[in-house]
Design a protein around this ligand. Sequence first.
Ligand code: ATP
Ligand code: MG
Ligand code: MG
Ligand code: MG
Length: 477
Amino acid sequence: MKASEIRSTFLKFFESKGHTIVASSPVVPGDDPTLLFTNAGMNQFKDVFLGFDKRSYTRATTSQKCIRAGGKHNDLDNVGYTARHHTFFEMLGNFSFGDYFKKDAIAYAWELLTVHFKLPKEKLWATVYAEDDEAYDIWLKDIGLPAERIVRIGDNKGGRYMSDNFWMMGDTGPCGPCSEIFYDHGPEVAGGPPGSAEQDGDRYIEIWNNVFMQFNRTEDGVMHKLPKPSVDTGMGLERLAAVLQHVHSNYEIDLFQAMLAAAKQAVDRSGAAGNDCDASSPSLKVIADHIRACSFTVVDGVIPGNEGRGYVLRRIARRAIRHGYKLGARKPFFHTLVAPLAAEMGEAYPELKRDALRVTEVLKVEEERFFQTIANGMQMLEDALAKAPVIDGDTAFKLHDTFGFPLDLTADVCRERGVKVDEAGFNAAMNRQRENARAAAKFKVAAGLAYDGAATAFHGYEHLVCEHSKVVAIYVE
Ligand code: ATP
Ligand code: MG
Ligand code: MG
Ligand code: MG
């Protein structure tokens, strides 16, 4: 089953259960300063859960564009290393706004997976929040899942709810205990069952999270009961597609095949040809993943920059470019992947097709800029790697400041070599520079007070005692 069919089967199933199909919201959240990027299907319904907003429906279903590359849910460092994480992915979800609760949510999920998608029941596991006897009993008695495949996970120390099975959108906002469904990819893949010490492999993959929204967490850390208990679920389309297409990694699904091939062609054309890079290279996966995140963020209005969302975009783009460089690319290649991406995903997301040329241009400018410094930066990093077992803070900072290497890019290279970066030293160097810049800015503004624009001569520091009450021009040395 192709990813596009999986997406529509999901939405139609929930439509048949009385849910309204709602379009994905942009990856840049409209009016939520607590969020860098949309990280889950529930984001666009946050105010509905909180009771501030009302809709004409109490059940909804979506396929939501998500970015997890910053903030509370940050998977940037996982990409290239796990079979299941992307920076951009599509989250399939169903939502109940004070309508049905645990019993129906679990029954719907089970019916869709085992009847419609025909997944073998014996390959499915469920986790519940440690104290959630209600969800445990639903899995055991209503669904008939054997007790050995229902795992309680949780750690409610003094109401802090530190657990994979307590879902939070961010540090504040709607949250609640959850029940996750895992699929066992089989003993040939490394990893242990949910809740075990070896869980962090790719054998037992979490495919679907059912969150029982019960609280709103405020800045002071207090959990306030929501007006009505609700349901929010999220299932990664790419993870479900891997299961249904009988492959072990998200990167082997149909959606990624064309992108991996395009990534290989693009780096080959840009200087890597003859390097014989393996089509399954982690670097190609990183590139194929990152072009999705970069393209969708530019479509929604972000441009690369030094702060906030623009800096997240820059970090993702530069990380991808560095992986292309590693494979041998010596001139811009990354932006050429927007066109094949639009061909692959433009039907589901027409905005991508509509905006493909502009997105290509924006990424091209960023890429040309980074290609001017990457060779020298890589050389400096290689020299440092050859010398020391740790990359010190000053070196990491110089790479950032002079060569435009975001810290996570440097860390990514170092991780490949088993070398650590002194992050604390980097932060200290960064703070020192900020202090210096602040002091210099003060000097400049003060000096500007002494320059009245009419007179051409610099009056000297003695005039700082405000003979001129307004700044007419900033003095620049
Ligand atoms: P994991 O533990 O594997 O990192 P998660 O618990 O952080 O996943 P949730 O916040 O519960 O994920 O999100 C709901 C669903 O979205 C997950 O069950 C998974 O199918 C999918 N998902 C989450 N993060 C990613 C990602 N980075 N890439 C692809 N799919 C994802
Ligand atoms: Mg995660
Ligand atoms: Mg998880
Ligand atoms: Mg989860």
